[in-house]
Design a protein around this ligand. Structure first.
Ligand code: GLV
Length: 327
């Protein structure tokens, strides 16, 4: 008999067809959000769960699933899963690292450029028929060359951003719970800073850390005050790392020059003041959204799930480590 699997939302078609050919598959919903009662009702008899970052997989869900062996998350971040609880039950948890690194780093640079060069505002201006001719001070932005980029979280994605940033002649400083060897820092052309020093020194601050209890509201009202008034904050990691209300305040009062956001504190809700501000660029959590990357993520999530269900060690197992800091 094929193992029973709950897929919370559709995968891209080829991966979903492949999964359906391998297991007894139940698709929970075609909608963006799966109502909790639906998840709780449908998980009961399943051996496998393939879920997404929008699904909260906590103790209550696991209590309902006595036959569950594996939770395969189609994302690199796993903050939507109560890992400690899953591990204490002997459940396997997997994610989709590496394949989304380059796409997410590309989007980070896109957000940095869109924010510093005011691309969205300028596009709107053209569409509204307001472009009447070249003008010396039209949409003045911030120059990247020679500035300092501060990376919070220096794992795969942070490093991929650093590689791109060098081509823009940015100086790179980083903060991470694990400092690199001096020789590696030299090779990568990066310098380590404490978080507060990084915030004081950087012109562009970009977040690439995992969401954990330690990183929740890491960028608080107090820390926003450490940043330069000409600084730009970019977040493509997880919304709750930034105190979103405090960020709105900082953007409104000129405490901060601008922000580029792909993620929000209470996704999919966005702090209502944010869309009213011209100095922010807002994206709907599309960091990894290229056709190629999403296809790879889907197949990786399926493969992880099938390996776990066959009793093999999945290729991308999330395991307890001292400190999971980076994406
Ligand atoms: C996206 O946010 C992911 O964690 O993969």
């Amino acid at each position: 008999m094929k193992p029973r699997v709950l897929l919370t939302h559709p995968l891209l078609p080829e991966a979903m067809d492949y999964l359906a050919s391998q297991v007894d598959l139940e698709l929970a919903t075609e909608e963006m959000i799966l109502p909790r009662e639906e998840l709780l009702a449908r998980i009961e008899d399943k051996q496998g769960l393939l879920c997404f970052l929008t699904d909260a997989i906590d103790r209550e869900v696991m209590d309902r699933a006595p036959k569950l062996k594996i939770i395969s998350n189609c994302a690199v971040g796993v903050n939507n899963i109560d890992l400690k609880d899953a591990w204490s039950r002997g459940l396997l948890v997997t994610n989709t690292p590496d394949v989304l690194t380059e796409a997410t780093a590309d989007l980070t640079l896109a957000l940095i450029l869109a924010t510093t060069r005011r691309l969205v505002e300028a596009d709107r201006f053209c569409r509204e028929g307001r472009f009447r001719g070249w003008k010396i001070d039209l949409f003045l932005g911030l120059e990247l060359s020679g500035k300092t980029l501060g990376l919070i979280g220096f794992g795969r994605i942070g490093r991929a951003v650093a590689r791109r940033a060098r081509a823009f002649n940015l100086r790179i400083i980083y903060q991470d719970p694990k400092r690199l060897e001096a020789s590696l820092e030299k090779e990568l052309g990066v310098e380590f800073r404490s978080l507060d020093d990084l915030l004081r020194e950087a012109d562009i601050i970009s977040i690439h850390a995992s969401l954990t209890p330690e990183s929740h509201h890491l960028i608080s009202a107090e820390r926003l005050k450490l940043m330069k008034k000409t600084a730009v904050l970019v977040n493509v990691a997880r919304g709750p790392i930034v105190d979103e209300k405090a960020l709105v305040e900082a953007l409104k009062t000129g405490q901060l020059w601008g922000a580029g956001l792909d993620v929000y504190e209470n996704e999919p809700a966005i702090e209502p003041e944010l869309p009213k501000l011209d100095n922010v660029v807002l994206l709907p959590h599309t960091g990894s959204a290229t056709r190629e990357t999403r296809q790879k993520m889907c197949f990786m999530a399926v493969e992880n799930l099938l390996q776990g269900l066959r009793g093999e060690r999945p290729s991308h197992l999330v395991e307890p480590v001292e400190k999971t800091s980076v994406l």
